[in-house]
Each structure stands twice: as C-alpha cells, then as structure tokens.
Design a protein around this ligand. Structure first.
Ligand code: BV8
Length: 238
C-alpha cells in the first residue's frame, strides 16, 4: 500500500439518490420520461427550447426540496480533516456537495443554480424559472438565457484542471456513477495510467468496474462514511 497525499473523487447521480434526486438510468430515471437527445443537447435547445427550459426548471424546483445525505456530509468532513490534497469532480448539477460543506469541487457538467447568456457569455446565479424567458441582466438580450449545463456533444468544464488532478492522484475514488458517459467514464483508466490506486463505491457494479482495483457494492450513505473513517484513521498520509 502506497502513501496517500492526493485524493481525487468522481461522483455521479448515485450519491444524490438517497437525498431524493432521480438518477438517470435507474427505473423511472430522469431520462425515462424523455429521450436524452430530446432535452440534453444543443440541438434540442434549438428545436424545442420550452421543453428543455421546463425540464431544468422542474429539476431546479426539485433540488430546493432536498438536503445533503450522509455521503455528502462524510466527504465534506474528509475535506476538512484530510491534510493532504482532496478534490471532488462531480458529474452532478445539484449543489448538495456544497450544502454539505465541500469547497474544493469541479462541476464538470455544469450547475442547475447557474445560468448562461448565449448572447454575452455571462454566467449568473439562478434560483427561479427560465421558461418565462427573462432578458439577460447584463446585455438585455431576449431569449438568450440557457441552463449553465454541459449538454451531450458539448465540452465538459475545466477539463485541463481535471487532467492535471488525474495525473497527480495517489488515490482515485468513484462514487455513485454508472460509467456510461465520457469523458468521465475514462478517468479511472487515466488515473491508473499515472499509477493511482483505484476504488469504486456503488450500489451495483458499473460499466467500468473492471478497471477498479477494489469495488465495494452498497448504498453511498453507508459506504462513504465507512470509507472516510478508514482513511482518516489510517496513517497512510505521506
Ligand atoms: C464530450 C448534464 C468532447 C445534464 C450530462 C466515447 C465513447 C462513446 C461516446 C462518447 C465518447 N466520447 C464522447 C461521447 C459522447 C457523449 C457520451 O458519453 N455519450 C454516452 C451516452 C455514450 N459524451 C459527451 O457528449 C460529452 N462531451 O465528449 O465532448 C470532449 C471530451 C473531452 C475533452 C474535450 C472534448 C458531454 C457529456 C455530458 C452530458 N451532460 N449531464 C444533466 O445533468 O441534465 S451527462 C449526465 O449523465 C450526468 O451528468 C452524468 O454524467 C450522466 C449520468 O450518469 P451517472 O451520474 O452515472 O448516473 P446514472 O443514473 O447513469 O448511474 C447512477 C449510478 O449510481 C448507477 O451505477 C447506480 O447503481 C448508482 N446508484 C444509484 N443509487 C445509489 C447508487 N450508488 C450508491 N448509492 C446509491 N444510493
């Protein structure tokens, strides 16, 4: 077992499932109601703007009804108590990590509580609805505000910072993700390539389980606090 200093954690919809937020591919998952390409692509926004804005307004409203769970809280505790480097890269667009106290986080697929003006490129905090098409508060462009979300076919955010973190990770941990969407699904192989240990915490084996040295199967609300206790009580900090 090598010494640990740099820990990189990738999270997906599964870490927020026990807070009451739908996952994507579970039974009745988010996409069950819609075809991905009908709502989560630039073409869909072009073709049926109202449907896409309604979809994200509904998710933003649902987010206001839920709270972080023990998995989010345990990771916030790890950030506070781990004297090495810790970075969370999340595919989730919810703010439950931050509400649990996490500060070192990259939302590689965007955030529900952020809006982007397609006319002037400004980003702004957003809590209400978008479907009533308010003009941009900066450039006053009409019908230019869109969810600050990375749609399929668009480039994920902060990929340079993510690749730098992958290259120096001593331990790569994946929590609550099916490993179905790239480039996130390829991170485990990149981390291994640079010599990191790899651990998966998931309710069921994921599409990428094969690449992990260790996979623990169970609910995040149990697995994550257990693992955090282990790391903080281990004297593996280099
Ligand atoms: C890009 C925002 C170029 C919207 C999202 C290579 C091969 C094949 C295809 C591609 C490829 N490269 C690119 C593609 C195309 C595409 C892609 O991957 N398509 C897939 C469908 C095959 N990728 C892209 O278009 C990406 N862009 O590649 O640009 C590029 C790349 C690199 C550098 C430069 C340029 C952009 C993709 C982003 C799309 N936007 N989200 C929104 O959220 O509404 S993706 C969205 O779906 C999520 O963000 C997340 O990423 C994904 C959902 O996956 P999960 O989070 O894993 O959720 P899921 O429901 O699938 O699984 C939940 C898991 O949790 C399950 O395993 C379950 O067992 C577990 N679980 C459930 N409950 C619990 C639990 N675990 C523990 N405890 C529990 N209680």
């Amino acid at each position: 077992m090598r010494d640990l200093y740099n820990i990189l954690i990738l999270t997906g919809a599964g870490i927020s499932a026990e807070s009451g937020l739908d996952t994507f591919r579970g039974p009745g998952g988010l996409w069950a109601g819609h075809r991905v390409e009908d709502i989560c692509t630039p073409e869909a926004l072009e073709r049926n703007r109202a449907l896409v804005l309604d979809f994200y307004d509904a998710r933003r409203a649902a987010l206001a009804q839920v709270v972080p769970n023990p998995a989010h809280q345990a990771l916030a505790r790890l950030e506070a108590e781990w004297s090495g480097n810790l970075l969370i890269v999340t595919q989730n667009v919810d703010d439950l990590h931050e509400r649990a106290g996490t500060r070192k986080i990259i939302h590689m697929h965007g955030e529900l509580l952020s809006a982007l003006c397609e006319a002037c490129g400004r980003r702004m905090c957003w809590h209400g609805d978008m479907a009533d098409e308010p003009p941009c508060g900066t450039c006053e462009a009409e019908a230019a505000i869109r969810p600050d979300i990375v749609f399929f076919g668009e480039i994920p955010y902060q990929m340079d910072a993510i690749e730098r973190a992958l290259a120096k990770a001593d331990l790569f941990v994946s929590i609550g993700t099916s490993g179905a969407v790239y480039p996130a699904a390829g991170f485990v192989q990149t981390a291994r390539h640079y010599g990191a240990e790899t651990l998966e915490l998931n309710l069921e084996p994921s599409a990428g389980s094969y690449y992990f040295e260790q996979s623990r199967i169970g609910p995040a609300s149990r697995l994550v606090p257990e693992w955090v206790d282990e790391v903080l009580s281990s004297n593996r900090l280099s």
